[in-house]
Write a protein that binds this ligand. Sequence first.
Ligand SMILES: [Zn+2]
Ligand SMILES: [Zn+2]
Length: 278
Amino acid sequence: MEIVLLGTGSPIPDPNRAGPATLLKVGEFEHLLVDAGRGCIMRMAGAGSLPGFLAGVLVTHLHSDHLTDLNDVITTHWIMSQQPTPLRIWGPVGIADYVNHMMDALAPDVSYRVAHHDDLTWEPIVEVIEVAPGDRFEVGTSSVSVHRTAHEPVEPSIGFRLEHGHYVVALAGDTIPCDGVDEMCVDADAYVQTVIRDDLVMQIPNQRFNDILDYHSSVIDAAQTAARNRVGRLVLTHMVPAPQPEQYPEWVAIAAEHFDGEIVVGDDLTTVDLVERD
Ligand SMILES: [Zn+2]
Ligand SMILES: [Zn+2]
């Protein structure tokens, strides 16, 4: 199984970082998208993936940076389909309303394309399944459990623990450390966490920017969660402030003071191959 960081950015526009999105390549043509931030379809193409490969889309929470290109996923999945094919989306309570509103906004486009292409006789088929902590579901050949994360006032927010064969991947969205994240991470081969550097963010004299401190994991938080739950690899994404490559060793060193497993600081399209783990 491969984990591809499609987008490692945040709401702050960055020419080199797409918005938050992670792709799990469970099989050659069985992929899972976790969140759908800015540019995720472009990055999927860069990762050799197409919407038609998606066994499902998992959504951690309804913050716009994690969802802004879900419409592109829905539309592109539909217009590239050769037969009526459902796109399945799992997310927290509220995702059904979100998608319904999005489908309303897409209605003119859908009508134009159906009118124009004789062979496109169906509208997008989107199946939305709202899930809550404690739920478990199958997607493709993987089993997924849902865990509470802590990102108030964003409520609900959830993370996913995906099990496939003997591989376990913990996928958190934005969250501070909490019991739900701990249970999601126990003995996982990899733990993907959105992080900020609180020591740097607090130096910037901007209250709206400083506000993000109380609902994101710092690098130290993520490393301590990884260590406490004996994960194999810690994968950092959605870094704020976004580091330059020459700063990556500093980010790794901070995490390594608390966690002695492998630490990955992600670029867009950074790929973690779980087969390689000893
Ligand atoms: Zn968020
Ligand atoms: Zn975010």
